[in-house]
Design a protein around this ligand. Structure first.
Ligand SMILES: Cc1cc2nc3c(=O)[nH]c(=O)nc-3n(C[C@H](O)[C@H](O)[C@H](O)COP(=O)(O)OP(=O)(O)OC[C@H]3O[C@@H](n4cnc5c(N)ncnc54)[C@H](O)[C@@H]3O)c2cc1C
Length: 402
């Protein structure tokens, strides 16, 4: 049974917002829905920005739905306008063009923005970030022009761009402050694979160093005094949550807008979805910055507004395409007992993580999507497995459950 919940305002017109609005209509909410987004575009999915959009001849970005589809569904899109303040007592949001929108329920879906380099570097016209369609178009123009690229940050964004740039013959130097690639999300075996494959494609990788200054000769000076070619610099060093319009409400924590498993903040009628939500994950609170979360958590929270609430409890899952490499990660792929399936020195393998009871808590697959299909189910079910069988690729994976 659906309940009447009045006006819904969704702040931020990204993937989570679009999914939540569509789900509200699907579940029978007939009242007004407004989406307010600062970008000029209707909601779109961001994975294309570091993949398809950097390929030569790309026709441009795809939006999730045409603008007319929102109109047909009675969803008001307010684009190119920011929400600057929320008055929770009056239940209204204030836009930076002076308008005010009343709400019965507010969904915060403002996502994150790239963490900038220190001001002296950040201000340079040679510096690029990658979060929006405009960012991707600028970067593609750089690749078209063949500008040597320095990439700061060896995470997903940096590595996907490195692969795209090398595929187009652009010189790439990647500077990582830590000791290995994708340090936060995968274990050292996977980092080693990534190091090997990106180097084989011609990426010059420098570890333990920071970007210090852009020189007039087109180079970037690093913290050891060395200089690397840097007609352009792509920065992928993490993100900051877009919490500012809501900070005064006391619902933000260090990660984002803090919610419970149902997507509710501590203020009645205010919820958070997608990247901005600091949600319960692995016994703590944190952001889950994945396409799957921006879809599934947003849909769950939207449904919770109109039907019997259910907690969102899916394990974290993401993929990354880096040239010919398909990497997928589910659950916690960095702690617990390691079981390797396949040859970690080859082109395809999986690294499972088990707890003390032999239950699967996480997995990273490298060019092994079939393993991932089962691993996702196992992590969700906390399936106990037999480690020795798991390590033997001759034994079908499904026969490794204990
Ligand atoms: C380049 C790139 C590649 C990615 N690739 C993958 C991948 O391969 N696999 C994967 O799982 N995930 C990937 N992701 C992550 C995934 O795209 C995000 O998790 C997802 O976009 C989050 O959706 P969201 O709706 O929460 O936030 P967003 O899509 O960021 O939308 C938030 C929107 O809110 C707007 N906004 C912010 N503040 C305000 C305000 N005050 N008023 C109005 N509007 C505001 C923002 O401008 C933005 O348009 C990638 C992300 C990027 C950037």
């Amino acid at each position: 049974m659906t309940q009447q919940i009045g006006h819904i305002v969704i702040v931020g017109a990204g993937q989570a917002a679009a999914n939540a609005a569509a789900e509200l209509r699907r579940t029978g909410h007939a009242g007004p829905i407004a989406i307010v987004g600062e970008e000029p575009h209707a909601p779109y999915e961001r994975p294309q920005l570091s993949k398809d959009m950097l390929r030569p001849g790309c026709a441009g970005a795809r939006c999730m739905r045409e603008t007319e589809a929102y109109a047909r569904d009675g969803i008001d899109l307010h684009l190119g306008v920011r929400v600057r303040h929320v008055d929770a007592a009056r239940r209204e949001v204030q836009l930076d063009d002076g308008r005010r929108l009343p709400y019965g329920h507010l969904l915060i879906a403002t996502g994150v923005r790239p963490r900038p380099l220190p001001p002296a570097l950040h201000a340079s016209p040679r510096v690029r970030y990658l979060r929006s369609i405009g960012d991707a178009e600028a970067l593609r123009a750089d690749l078209d022009a063949g500008h040597p690229l320095a990439i700061v940050g060896g995470g997903v964004i940096g590595l996907e761009v490195a692969a795209a740039a090398r595929a187009r013959g652009v010189a790439v130097t990647l500077v990582e402050a830590g000791e290995r690639l994708m340090q936060r999300g995968v274990d050292p075996l996977v980092s080693r694979f990534l190091d090997r494959t990106h180097r084989a494609r011609g990426v010059d990788i420098r570890y333990g160093l920071q970007a210090e200054a852009l020189e007039d000769d087109g180079t970037l000076r690093l913290s050891d005094g060395s200089r690397v070619p840097a007609a352009r610099v792509l920065v992928g060093i993490g993100v900051l949550p877009n919490v500012e319009p809501f900070a005064h409400l006391g619902i933000a924590d260090a990660a984002g807008i803090r919610v419970d498993a149902f997507g509710r903040t501590a203020v009645p009628g205010i919820h958070a979805i997608g990247d901005i939500a600091s949600q319960p994950v692995g016994g703590r609170h944190g952001r889950i910055e994945t396409w799957a979360n921006a879809q599934d958590q947003a849909i769950t929270v939207a449904r919770n507004l109109v039907a019997e609430p259910v907690p969102y409890a899916a394990p974290t899952w993401f993929w990354s395409d880096q040239g010919q490499t398909n990497l997928q990660v589910v659950g916690d792929a960095t702690t617990g007992r390691t079981v390797v399936r396949g040859d970690a020195d080859g082109d395809a393998f999986s690294v499972f993580r088990l707890d003390d009871a032999g239950r699967v808590t996480g997995c990273a697959t490298v060019n092994a999507p079939k393993d991932m299909a089962l691993a996702r189910r196992w992590v969700r079910q906390r399936q106990q497995v037999e480690p020795q069988r798991l390590a033997d690729p001759a034994i079908p994976l499904r026969d490794c459950a204990a």
